[in-house]
Write a protein that binds this ligand. Structure first.
Ligand SMILES: NC(=O)c1ccc[n+]([C@@H]2O[C@H](COP(=O)([O-])OP(=O)(O)OC[C@H]3O[C@@H](n4cnc5c(N)ncnc54)[C@H](O)[C@@H]3O)[C@@H](O)[C@H]2O)c1
Length: 392
């Protein structure tokens, strides 16, 4: 064997060794319950790969974000208690990215501070995207304590763990519900926050915790206030699959699709007497693909000791009636519509001014054709009548 050949062989065996040890580390991490007895640091920093903790990564937006991060060559750890998410979504991601050092899933509840600490001790996260939350306005008015616990207290747990383990970048999922019902549209980031339901209030409190902590630390913080999220992966791998029992609290796209599939007899629109052009609520519908793109851009622009707060919306308000018409066209079904009284905690119109994120993060919504976004989501829904299936 000549010198060059032996050098190549040595290099090759070095790489194999590195990959094998990473795989071993990850297998340990993969099967871990949060009750890890001897912490085992899973660090990708040494090989120049960013490791992102995606809380709520089994959920609708979190799974799409994890897919995008993996496609962009990040390493991802999903932490989810599967209370609302789907193991099926995690399985899809694991099939697409089978290398154990690219993706690990940890089943854990963020309300359990001890487990969360163990997870942080065992992994060298570079950044956290904190999606995990209960997220239904109507439900929050019926069960407010659950919302303050799950959203506000759990964010405190996550931020404390980040501080204790030196994780320096946080991208936080906030919402336009923190603005309440401002008189002036569109909503800018300077619009005063005056939430009118427990969901919006819990998110505002979580933002306050993060902002106060950021004043005393060198953490890089990006708070993204999403408007109404719709759509799904254009390649049909992921979709939105809330638990059937959440249907009554559900979002409009899910309700339209359920009606189009015949799962429910028709669509119930709550409130046709709002002070809007056609009497139905006006919302700013942002496609999930654009939303995750905003997260990736936020991550790339995050700077130590700085806080960025951004609205993520299209800047265009559409009425519920308009939405239903687009849904009828996307599904090809003449959905039956019934008008009911207003839903508690709802507000007439909400749409964003996204110029700050356009300017500072060079982000612009690309999927602005409502019917097209719904068409993509409908393709997934038709093929997944039971969401991700049994056991998901
Ligand atoms: N969907 C929207 O239109 C919208 C709009 C604005 C903001 N948001 C925010 O985006 C985030 C994601 O929302 P989504 O629509 O994907 O919801 P989702 O319910 O599909 O996903 C949330 C995920 O968090 C997990 N989770 C909840 N509590 C947990 C806990 N205690 N420990 C571990 N995991 C937990 C759930 O199991 C689920 O997988 C939320 O923070 C939500 O407030 C969503």
């Amino acid at each position: 064997m000549d010198y060059v050949e032996s050098k190549i062989k040595n290099k090759f065996s070095g790489k194999v060794l590195l990959a094998a040890s990473l795989a071993a580390l990850c297998i340990i991490a993969l099967i871990q319950s949060p009750n890890i007895s001897s912490p085992n640091e899973l660090s990708h920093r040494d090989i120049g790969i960013m490791h992102v903790l995606v809380t709520g990564g089994a959920g609708y937006i979190g799974s799409h974000a994890a897919l995008r991060l993996l496609k962009d060559s990040y390493c991802v750890t999903i932490v989810d208690n599967l209370s609302r998410g789907n193991l099926g979504a995690v399985k899809v991601l694991q099939e697409l990215f089978p290398e154990p050092w690219r993706l690990q899933f940890i089943y854990a509840d963020l309300g359990d501070a001890k487990s969360v600490n163990k997870i942080f001790a065992a992994n060298a996260f570079d950044a956290v995207m904190h999606f995990a939350a209960v997220a239904y306005v109507g439900e929050s008015t019926l069960d407010p304590l659950r919302y303050y616990n799950n959203i506000t207290s759990n964010t405190l747990v996550v931020v404390e763990a980040m501080a204790a383990h030196g994780v320096k970048t946080l991208i936080y999922s906030s919402t336009c519900a923190t603005y309440g019902e401002p008189e002036k549209m569109p909503i800018t980031e300077k619009t005063p926050q005056a939430p009118i339901n427990p969901y919006g209030k819990a998110k505002k409190m979580a933002e306050d915790i993060i902002l106060d902590f950021s004043k005393t630390s060198d953490m890089a913080v990006m708070i993204l206030r999403y408007f109404n999220v719709i759509g799904s992966d254009p390649e049909g791998r992921l979709g939105e699959a809330p638990r059937p029992e959440l249907r009554e609290h559900g979002r409009i796209s899910g309700a339209c699709f359920d009606a189009a599939l015949g799962i429910v007899p028709g669509l119930k629109i709550r409130g046709a007497d709002y002070n809007t052009a056609d009497g139905t609520c006006v919302r700013d519908y942002i496609d999930v693909n654009d939303l995750v793109d905003a997260h990736v851009k936020a991550l790339a622009h995050a700077k130590a000791r700085e806080v960025g707060i951004y609205n993520v919306g299209t800047g265009k308000g559409r009425s519920v009636k308009e939405f239903v018409e687009a849904c009828k066209k996307a599904t090809g079904v003449d959905i039956k519509v019934e008008y009911l009284s207003r839903r508690p905690g709802d507000y007439a119109q909400v749409y964003s001014d996204p110029s700050k994120i356009n300017r500072e993060l060079n982000w612009t919504a690309q999927y602005t054709d409502l019917q097209q976004s719904l068409q993509i989501a409908w393709t997934w829904q038709k093929l997944h009548r039971n969401g991700y299936g049994t056991g998901s």
